[in-house]
Design a protein around this ligand. Structure first.
Ligand code: ATP
Ligand code: XMP
Ligand code: GLN
Ligand code: MG
Length: 528
């Protein structure tokens, strides 16, 4: 990341609530909820040093977390946060942290409290609990406050938690034992709004319209009046929205590059070209690198090897294309557009750190690691649904905005075993039938992602009195919010019957169709 492109840029322009992440699985939901009522919020690890922030938050939220504050090695907040002079809200671990700092009265409870509880507000004057009394809140903790921290009073309780809500006697510092960010807490959003708007007095001016203007101006200033910029564009929603913002900001000085790696779906390249050029007026170069990719993949069956070969060859194609562009101002190309989203950023900054590598996700970072280009990442503060909303505002066609994600390695990770032109044909035709039927049934938007995988096993069948001995197609369709966990989609039996019959009848080389009914975990979305 270059010095100009800091992830905190937006926080200087919009009033921002800082969420310090202690590792709870719900931390990012706090950010989500605040943005839902138009207050901008950023999440940073709990280890963030306040002196290193180049912006001042309007308020700070300390998230929940899996640790116990009294454990050796448990994470603790930078004490400087209390000198910022802004309101603070501790949630679960965050509240226990406030109590630990102010008297150490935290210990293991007799029993864990997990699930719903009814909140009783003790202090009707407390601004945090306006319109929240007697509502259901959601608890998830094993530790509890044994006594009131020094300088605090009780403002709310529940049957099992006498200290469900505490507030400092003089300062705007609050703690709550329950989780307002989860939807099971009925008035959670109201409580967060009370904190952000009534107590922190954050301006609720965060909106996509404002974001677009801000981002376009920022890119213009960053790039200057003559420089040209390149970007890797796949026809997926992230890179298309990114490309559209660049186009609005600098017009044809933005060069989008689409690599046809031979692993795309049926007629995908033609469709993407048409939509991006004719539909959106984007200056797009299509590079046909089919021979290169299929040549390198010849004989390769190992999933990780396939992914690495594809990632590396993206780099080669991209570098070669970048070198061909001769900017009008005579300067070398300095900037590269990436479609990085907020979840990618969260994953890399999370206090818990990156998880074990399950599979090497091809992404733009890996794609262009060796390039000296500086990054422009207009979407790095946004969640996928926010990107979709942005796409709608920018006039990106609806079917593209709602397109299921398609991975960079394409069909190569949906064809198990060696990727050949013949295997690609089978996978493409089967996938096309499946998606066509999903669209016809009017359920495309109910499903998060759907595709056909081709298995390298043969099975016996009978067609027109003839014995067949052909391969197997596995259909996969999932529902998910964030693609980290997913469940399989429940189709009607008649639908599956129709798809199976069409695939076996219309696609040469397929004798059998199965439906994948595994959730993630333990499976993953893709088959490789
Ligand atoms: N065939 C391709 N040609 C050029 N760039 C690509 C190609 N495939 C992927 N990329 C680059 O890799 C990035 C990451 O791919 P990813 O699939 O996560 O995003 P996307 O394709 O933009 O959106 P979606 O998640 O909806 O598929 C893309 O934003 C794009 O910059
Ligand atoms: O751009 C991408 N490059 C990749 O290498 C890659 N691998 C998986 N995916 C997509 O990520 C989501 C989760 O997939 P998995 O459960 O298979 O990891 C699903 O949406 C997958 O399609 C990728 N996207
Ligand atoms: N959800 C949480 O933040 C839990 C905090 C702490 N680990 C507890 O068990 O009480
Ligand atoms: Mg994609």
């Amino acid at each position: 990341m270059s010095a100009e492109e800091t992830p905190l840029e937006v926080s200087r322009i919009f009033d921002t609530i800082l969420v310090l992440d202690f590792g709870s699985q719900y931390s990012h939901l706090i950010t989500r909820r605040l943005r839902e009522f138009n207050v901008y919020s950023e999440m940073l690890p709990c280890t963030q040093k306040i002196k290193d922030l180049n912006w001042k938050p309007k308020g700070v939220i300390l998230s929940g977390g899996p640790y116990s504050v009294y454990d050796e090695g448990a994470p603790h907040v930078d004490q400087e946060v209390f000198n910022l002079g802004v309101p603070i809200l501790g949630i679960c671990y965050g509240m226990q942290e406030l109590a630990w700092i102010n008297g150490k009265g935290v210990a293991r409870g007799d029993k864990r409290e997990y699930g719903p509880a009814t909140l009783n507000v003790q202090d009707p004057e407390c601004k945090l609990f306006t319109n929240v009394d007697h509502s259901t809140v959601w608890m998830s903790h094993g530790d509890k406050l044994q006594s009131l921290p020094t300088g605090f009073k009780v403002v709310a309780s529940s049957d099992n938690s006498p200290y469900a809500g505490i507030a400092h006697e003089e300062k705007d510092i609050f703690g709550i034992q329950f989780h307002p960010e989860v939807t099971h807490t009925e008035q959670g959003k109201t409580l967060l709004k009370n904190f952000a708007v009534a107590i922190c007095q954050a301006n609720s001016n965060w909106s996509m319209e404002n974001f677009i203007d801000t981002e376009i101006n920022r890119i213009r200033k960053l790039v200057g009046p003559t420089a040209e910029v390149i970007g890797a564009v796949s026809g997926g929603v992230d890179s298309t929205v990114g490309a559209k913002i660049m186009k609005e900001a600098i017009g044809d000085r933005f060069h989008a590059i689409y690599v046809d790696n031979g692993l795309m779906r049926l007629n995908e390249t033609e469709k993407v070209y048409k939509t991006l050029t004719e539909g959106l007026g984007i200056n797009l170069t299509v590079v046909d690198a089919t021979d290169l990719f299929l040549g390198k993949l010849k004989g390769v069956t190992d999933p990780e090897k396939k992914r690495k070969i594809i990632g590396n060859n993206f780099i080669h194609v991209f570098e070669a294309e970048a070198a061909k562009i001769k900017p009008a101002d005579g300067q070398e190309i300095e900037y590269l557009l990436q479609g990085t989203l907020y979840p990618d950023v969260i994953e890399s900054i999370s206090f818990k750190g990156p998880s074990q590598t399950i599979k090497t996700h091809h992404n733009v970072g890996g794609l262009l690691e060796d390039m000296k280009l500086k990054l422009i990442e207009p979407l790095r503060e946004l969640f996928k649904d926010e990107v979709r909303h942005l796409g709608e505002l920018l006039g990106v066609p609806e079917d593209l905005v709602w397109r299921h994600p398609f991975p960079g390695p394409g069909l190569a990770i949906r064809i198990l075993g060696e990727v050949t032109r013949e295997q690609l044909r089978i996978a493409r035709e089967a996938d096309n039938i499946f998606i066509e039927e999903i669209v016809n049934a009017g359920i495309y938007r109910n499903i998060s992602q759907a595709f056909a995988a081709l298995l390298p096993v043969k099975s016996v069948g009978v067609m027109g009195d003839q014995r067949t001995y052909e391969q197997v197609i596995a259909l996969r369709a999932i529902e998910t919010v964030d693609f980290m966990t997913a469940d399989w989609y429940v189709f009607e039996a008649a639908f599956l019957k129709k798809v199976a019959s069409r695939i076996v009848n219309e696609v040469d080389g397929v004798a059998r169709v199965t439906y994948d009914i595994t959730s993630k975990p333990p499976a993953t979305v893709e088959w490789e």
